[in-house]
Structure formats: structure tokens, C-alpha cells
Design a protein around this ligand. Sequence first.
Ligand code: PLP
Ligand code: ZN
Length: 413
Amino acid sequence: MPTALAVGLKCRECGHEYADAPKNVCEHDFAPLEVNYDYDAIRKSLTRESIGKRAFNMWRYKELLPEQEPVSGLTTGGTPLVHAKNLGRELGVKNLYVKFDGVCQPTLSFKDRVVAVSIARARRFGFTTVGCASTGNLANSVAAQAAQAGLKAIILIPKDLEPAKVANTQIYGATLVKIDGPYDDVNRLCSEIANDAKIGIVNVNLRPYYAEGSKSMGFEIAEQLGWRAPDNIICPMAGGSLINKLSKSFKEFEKLSLLEAAPKTKFWGAQAAGCNPITDAIKRRSDLIKPVKKPDTIARSIAIGNPADGYFAARLCLDSGGGGDDVTDAEIIEAMKLLARTEGLFTETAGGVTLGVFVKLLKAGRINKDESTVVCITGQGLKTLDPLYAPGVLPDAPVIKPTLAAFKDLKIA
Ligand SMILES: *Cc1c(COP(=O)(O)O)cnc(C)c1O
Ligand SMILES: [Zn+2]
């Protein structure tokens, strides 16, 4: 039974409409398909009052999602927006907020949002097996939520992912296949599998539904800011989907008259220097993406060389008056430490990219320090410990005899 509020799919380029189906590109121009909504119907049931009566998780905004009855990920979303006063003081920015998606999620990354929607849709389409091409976090989330929903999961990853991302997939009983090649090879293979086998691949044939789940992060940010969109938002980019959906979320809230003022957000995209196809285009003030053949960065979760939504992400950053930049592995680790030291928040490497890029943009005078800014931290540091184990990254703790004299000798207190 289709939901009454989400009405099929629509091509992002030519506007051609399609009935709901496990399908992600337009037959006419191969442009991506998006979920289409009946906003007049939604306006009747989605108000600040109705939202306020619901539990604080992503399903609070269910009318603006293509699925309204989750079969997994029931407690996904509802993550904190931290007013980062210590970090802001250090950087000289007053209205600084950190949206921390590394907690309050089944598998501790923003990917739980997209998976909750796509697993529900997979069940509705009658799939008994789901899968994904993943850089790590998606694998964890699909594995966990498929287990919850009683579906079989087949997950493909590049063969050299972080051990924590591998263990966090296999523990749920998912079938994991390691591919000898970078993520783009994994993704291409998954597209071939989706055409051939009856598998609901969440980020391939279910991608239009999957991507909508990201909007819930933007809805939460706007509500948490008192029904306002921020002046600036810094977002990590892998395939470039999340940043576009944040923009869509503010526009939809505006369309439904839920905001105090029309959104004028400048979008700033963040990537790692070792895999920067989108920020490279933005820096050339172009939307022409040149794929990166061999990504090389500790920010594995966002290392996608040929980003599916790269064109739209570059356009959004340029057209909104924002921009983008990228940071080295050393800058990523510095930023991870900075966030932990000032706010007590432990981000995975991807969040180090986001904060590192924010610091870089501030130093270059490109972000107005008097404006409100939200830094999106999309995953949990406990999943990417490996780079922190490298010599010299964290101090060697002294080992002493269990005596007060030995402690006093350290002269630390
Ligand atoms: C997947 C992912 C992103 C961004 O994904 P998009 O493909 O750009 O939507 C950002 N951060 C983390 C930690 C991720 O796992
Ligand atoms: Zn089309």
C-alpha cells in the first residue's frame, strides 16, 4: 500500500514522473530520480504543534519521508545540536553549533537515517534480501537494521576498510564480501547486481528513498535552532547526497510555513585532500566533476572518487554563496582532537574533515564570524581509532609504581 503523501518518483532534470519502483535513474536522460510529495496534503497534518507532540527522533517528520511506518531504526535521529561555546570561544565564533550524529543512533552514524527509510521501502517492495555498496558506516547500518527487520543482508565493501567497520558489520550476521578495488568498483558491481538479482540495494536501486532519510538531519537542525535555518552549514561530502538533502529539508520546511524566516543558508562542502572530486570542482568554480581514481585518506567513510550527486552538490555550494575546501590527514586529526578537547565530542575521521575545513575557511576569512554556523559531525570516533594509534598522534602515558611518591614525581598535580 503506497503512502498517500509520497506519490511516486520524479526525474530531477526533466520532471518525468514514475510510479513507485526500485529504480534510481530516469529512462530519458539518466538523471537521478527523487521522491515526489503531495505538499498540500502534508500541510494539513504537519504543523509545529503536531511535530511537538511526537517523540524526538527522525519519524517526528514522517509526512516528509517516503515511509511512515518504520520496520527498523525506530529510535534513529533525535541527535543533539550542541551550542559549541568552548570551541566557538577558541575560534572566535559566537553562534557555533555542532550537530552530532555520532550518538543516539543504532549504529552511531547519520547513515542510520537513510537506512531506516530504505529498509522499510525494501520490505514494502517485497525484497527479502537487502544490500549495499559501502565505505563502512552504511555497511554497519544495513547489517543492523536488516537484522532488526528480519531481512537477509549482503554487503560489499572495499577490501581494506577499518577493522572496526568490518566487525561492526559481521556481528549482525550479514554476509560481507570484500572487493579488490576502490569504492567506485564496489558501487559499479552493485549496480550490475541490482539489475541482475532480486536484491534491494539501498544506495543503488532504492537510492531515491534512501536519500530522503538524510533530510531528517536538516529538519532537526532547523527545529533545534528555533525553526530557523542557519546562515552557514558545513557538511562532509562522499557521494554528495547529504548536503543536497539538507538544502531540500530547509526548502520543504519553508514551503510548509514552518520557519521563522526564509532560509538563506550558505552551504560549504568538506572533503579530504586525498579524495576531493567535489571540492576540486567547487574551487575551480565549476560543476564538472573530475573523478579521483585512487582515493588516499584516513577519512575512509567519505572517500568516493566518482560521486553520484557530485554535480548537484557543487552547484548547491556555488549557487548558495558558500563554497568548499579540503584538508590533509594531519589537519583531520588536529580537528578531531580539537573537537574532543573543547566540546568532549569524539568524531570519526569524516567529522575531522568537516571541522578541519571550517577552521580553514575561517582562517581564510571566508565565513562571517558573526553569523550562525552549524558544523555537521556525521559519525562516531570509536569506529575510526586506527589513525590515532600511529606514533606521536596521542601522548605516551607514563607508567609508574603504585605509590604516592611516584605520582608526586610526575609533578602533574
Ligand atoms: C556517508 C557519509 C557521509 C556523506 O555521505 P553522502 O554520500 O555525501 O550523502 C558523511 N559522513 C559520514 C560519516 C558518512 O558515513
Ligand atoms: Zn529525466
